[in-house]
Design a protein around this ligand. Structure first.
Ligand SMILES: [Zn+2]
Length: 69
């Protein structure tokens, strides 16, 4: 059984689609029983979509703002 710590780490990893099948099943089982980690996963998803939208917006601009500091 995963701890919440393990689950949140897996959730972060899953954002990059690199979870093994076994890890994914463990995570899914944990999420079914743990509303705290479900919420965390939802927030991660929102952040991910926001980051993607932001990145897309950046691409539409000149892209020169993201140069060297
Ligand atoms: Zn949990």
């Amino acid at each position: 059984m995963l701890t919440c710590n393990d689950a949140t780490r897996l959730l972060s990893d899953s954002q990059e689609d690199r979870l093994s099948f076994k890890a994914r099943m463990s995570l899914t089982a944990h999420l079914m029983m743990c509303s705290g980690c479900r919420n965390f996963g939802r927030h991660l998803q929102i952040l991910r979509e926001a980051a993607r939208a932001f990145a897309a917006g950046e691409d539409e601009r000149t892209g020169e703002e993201q140069g060297q500091p």
